[in-house]
Write a protein of this length. Structure first.
Lengths: 305, 219
């Protein structure tokens, strides 16, 4: 038996990175990429972003631009053709993108002595035909992240489903809490939980699914718009996020992309959830406290390459 | 569910001057105010204390949300506050903690009624949320002139801040009178003790009696 090491995580991610380089012109689905690395699609994006330092989308875009830069240097191919190959439908859009990466327009770049590689935390660049064998993981910076492994029992919750922008979940809570409140669900130390089925950074905003949940006992039955579900028990990696809700994403990325690969643990294929410890109506956003829970695979499960 | 278009009430913002959190003691005139309250005795943070906090919040949120559901005036549920005293004497820090008495408070708009509280308690008890909620009362406090100061740090070091407040009151020919009152600005579940912010308040009155060299005498 052995535990998943940082090297395992890197090897798994490398399979994805090689695949991306070899299929730069195809549309790459996150599920497919997650599958290549044996990561649960729930968590893959955040692991990728946390380790590589850019999202899959940003990574693919940068590599395409780097490839275009190489083409500009090595041939006399017209810029329009290079733009098309890079996945841009217009010269203007390509120029805009190119300039945001290299700081100059494609034609000026062609005439200059600049290198065809852009800044990348991973040190990974477009490699025409060459195999990539190594990349740098983003080092956890700043204060050490405090993570506790906790065992939770299964938790029965009453919930209302929100589909849409993550930034508007407050509206769903606004409808849910009066209903739950008049039914007497908000007493006796009930927990307020947000269950995130999708990653707001990946899923199109209008389709992000999020459940506003309040813990309930066995006696509660679904009613109207309020459903009941059970949040699985088991081991969770728990870290506390201090501050506004709109910065939660950064803490998720740190937890899954930086802490996790160095933890010797693996994630279970079920959603992360967040427990809100205070009432956002009477608490300053900077004083908000949220516990984030990431579900862990039991220790015995090992990753086989 | 009808929609109430009146803006939500935030009592702390409405009475901002009463929640001033100065680093040095000040005198503030505290107007009478309505609270949801639950009284008890025992160590702070102990089981009974925690259950009572749960009961108080349960009542506060149930009343608020039931009103909101009915389309009535919305308001933010205020932070937790508490009055502390002991039957053993005026200096709480000298009494054993299990003899500390407390009145946990959540400030509530004046329009909340006894009937709403009773209904909220009934619905919570019916849901199996514990009978403690039946002990929650509507309590009106008229504290008048108070010494007030922000305490930053662990709760068990409040005596230092209290001593400063007492000294300050004495310079104004005032003395403490009535229950020590505190307002919890930080959440002790996650905020480390050295960063906890607590607003301390104590009603004062003109010094009446003082023990002089010739015993008890009026000045």
């Amino acid at each position: 038996m052995r535990t998943a090491t940082l090297d395992d995580y890197k090897q798994r991610l490398l399979r994805v990175l090689v695949h991306i380089q070899e299929h730069l012109d195809e549309s790459l689905s996150l599920d497919e990429l997650a599958g290549l690395a044996c990561f649960s699609p729930f968590h893959f994006h955040r692991i990728f972003k946390g380790m590589v330092g850019e999202s899959v989308k940003e990574h693919v875009r940068r590599l395409r631009i780097e490839r275009a830069a190489t083409r500009l240097k090595l041939g006399a191919q017209p810029v329009v053709g290079i733009a098309l190959e890079a996945g841009y439908e217009s010269h203007e859009a390509f120029t805009r993108s190119f300039r945001s990466v290299f700081g100059v327009s494609p034609s000026r770049f062609r005439a200059s002595n600049r290198r065809a590689t852009a800044a990348a935390p991973s040190g990974l660049h477009f490699a025409d035909g060459a195999k990539i064998g190594h990349f740098k993981t983003v080092q956890p910076g700043g204060k050490k992240m405090e993570v506790t492994i906790v065992r939770r029992g299964p938790l029965r919750v009453a919930f209302m489903r929100h589909v849409g922008r993550y930034s508007t979940v407050g509206k769903t809570w606004d409808r849910f809490l009066p209903l739950a409140g008049k039914e007497g669900l908000l007493g006796g130390g009930a927990e307020f939980i947000g269950l995130c089925h999708d990653d707001p950074e990946v899923t199109p905003q209008h389709r992000v699914r999020y459940d506003a949940c309040v813990s309930v006992d066995e006696s509660f039955r679904p009613m109207g718009e309020i459903g009941v579900q059970v949040i699985a028990g088991g081991e969770y990696a728990m870290t506390t996020h201090f501050g506004p809700y709109d910065a939660l994403g950064r803490t998720y990325t740190r937890l899954l992309g930086q802490w996790l690969p160095r933890s010797g643990r693996q994630l279970r294929a079920c959603p992360c959830f967040e427990v809100y410890l205070n009432d956002p109506q009477s608490t300053d956003p900077k004083d908000l406290i949220t516990d984030i829970y990431a579900p862990l695979e039991a220790r015995l499960a090992i990753f086989a390459r | 569910m009808t929609k109430n278009t009146q803006p939500k009430i935030d009592l702390y913002k409405q009475h901002k001057n009463e929640y001033a959190a100065p680093k040095k003691p000040v005198l503030i005139d505290i107007k009478p105010a309505l609270y949801l309250a639950i009284e008890g005795q025992g160590e702070p943070g102990g089981e009974r204390f925690q259950t009572n906090i749960g009961a108080l919040y349960g009542a506060a949120f149930t009343i608020k949300m039931t009103r909101k559901f009915a389309g009535q005036q919305d308001y933010a549920v205020c932070k937790l506050e508490a009055q502390w005293w002991s039957d053993a004497g005026p200096d709480l820090s000298k009494a054993p903690k299990d003899q500390w008495r407390w009145n946990l408070l959540i400030r509530t708009p004046g329009f909340v009624t006894e009937e709403e509280l009773r209904k909220a308690a009934a619905v919570l008890v019916k849901r199996g949320k514990g009978r403690e909620v039946e002990q929650v009362r509507l309590d009106s406090l008229a504290e008048g002139t108070c010494a007030q100061m922000l305490h930053v740090g662990p709760y068990d070091q409040e005596c230092v801040t209290v001593a400063m407040m007492k000294e300050f009151a004495a310079t104004k020919q005032l003395e403490f009178h009535g229950r020590h009152h505190e307002i919890y600005l930080s959440d002790p579940r996650r905020v480390p003790p050295e960063r906890l912010k607590t607003l301390l308040r104590c009603p004062v009155r003109p010094q009446t009696a003082r023990i002089g060299p010739h015993g008890l005498g009026r000045h």
